[in-house]
Design a protein around this ligand. Structure first.
Ligand SMILES: Nc1nc2c(ncn2[C@@H]2O[C@H](COP(=O)(O)OP(=O)(O)O)[C@@H](O)[C@H]2O)c(=O)[nH]1
Ligand SMILES: [Mg+2]
Length: 343
């Protein structure tokens, strides 16, 4: 989505205000008083922005309502069927005769009829040809959902009519965000508002002024996309251009910049299969995650145009780690706010 008219901007600002007022009312009902702090999440699609907001929700707002759990249940079933169908539809996956009936059954199903092909998915997923296709999927012209293996391993659980997603299921799910999502919660004596502007990439001048009072921008980079090409560019190169352009924006002149190099777990697995040096010739010849992420870190910090950047290597699906990182981020934001105020 991008804002084309002034009314769209106004509508979105109102939408954010409404969510903030609602969350704030809940917070004030607990009797707290807060200093306001706003964090803006930026970064490409699929980098982990919504997952970060989900973690904040679990950590600081006590989780999800029944209606939301139901939405995630449906999303997980969709994620699961989508993962196996994507593999089966690849021209590179040639199945033996004995598996064709299972393929047919799976291709005829959708998220709401997952239970009817649960056994077929289990048989296919345990077969070496499908496992191999999954391992090599980045070499094929297909895009598997992140965490496809998690969805396929859990097909029986997701198909159960009484299935209720737990936090881990929700964190691993992919529910595409359209438009802006916001969360407001008290933490360390501050009221945090975190805004995820999702896919509003084009023409940032149209929407950036909706976010006047941002204390820090968190820019999320999916480390595991170093081996993906978009057009004639590497995906990380494309993301770095966005990073440069956003960090030089005068709107964020006095804003703290926080860089999340995310999906370290997937990065670590991928480094063993696809050497970083193959895609970035001046990278160290290593499969070691620390050295490889340090290289990507300097790749991004060299292209940074703001005043100061605080980098973190993250795995946002890990709740404990994300809690620790958020503690550090909030300290940074508080300290910067105090030094700006002359303390
Ligand atoms: N394994 C792994 N998956 C992640 C991580 N961060 C996000 N994801 C998954 O990546 C997918 C996309 O994340 P999402 O937060 O929706 O991306 P967004 O488009 O930036 O909002 C989801 O399935 C998440 O569970 C991570 O650190 N590790
Ligand atoms: Mg999202």
């Amino acid at each position: 989505m991008c804002f084309k008219t002034e009314t769209e901007v106004e509508r979105t600002t109102k939408q954010i205000d409404k969510i903030i007022r609602k969350d704030r009312k809940n917070n004030y009902d607990t009797g707290c008083k807060f200093v306001l702090t706003t964090l803006l999440l930026l970064g490409p699609e699929n980098s982990g922005k919504s997952t970060f907001i989900k973690q904040m929700r679990i950590l600081y707002q006590g989780g999800y309502s029944d209606v939301e759990l139901n939405r995630y249940k449906l999303a997980l079933r969709e994620n699961c069927i989508n993962s196996i169908q994507t593999l089966l539809k690849s021209e590179k996956v040639i199945l033996p005769e004995t598996l064709l009936c299972h393929k047919k059954s799976v291709l005829a199903c959708n998220g709401s009829t997952l239970d009817q092909c649960c056994c077929d998915i289990e048989i296919l997923w345990s077969h070496p040809i499908i496992k191999e296709a999954y391992d090599k999927s980045t070499e094929f012209p297909i895009t598997l959902p992140t965490n496809a293996a998690y969805f396929l391993q859990n097909v029986r659980k997701f198909s159960d009519p009484d299935f209720i997603p737990n936090h881990q299921d929700i964190i691993n799910s992919r529910l595409k965000t359209n438009g802006i999502s916001t969360i407001v919660f008290p933490h360390q004596g501050l009221e945090f508002t975190i805004i995820d502007i999702a896919g509003q990439k084009s023409d940032s001048r149209k929407w950036l002024h909706c976010f006047d009072n941002v204390n820090a921008v968190i820019f999320v980079v999916p480390l595991d996309e170093y081996d993906i090409k978009t057009g004639n560019k590497n995906k990380l190169e494309e993301i770095r251009e966005e990073w440069t352009s956003m960090s030089r924006h005068q709107q964020f002149e006095d804003t703290s910049w926080i860089l999340f190099l995310n999906k370290t777990d997937l990065f670590e697995i991928k480094l063993k299969k696809a050497p970083l040096k193959q895609f970035f010739p001046d990278a160290p010849d290593t499969t070691e995650v620390k050295a490889a992420s340090n290289y990507i870190l300097s790749y991004f910090t060299k292209a940074f145009k703001g005043k100061v950047v605080y980098p973190y290597i993250t795995c946002i699906t890990n709740t404990d780690l994300t809690e620790q990182i958020f503690q550090a981020v909030s300290h940074t934001v508080i300290n910067r706010a105090l030094s700006h105020a002359g303390f």
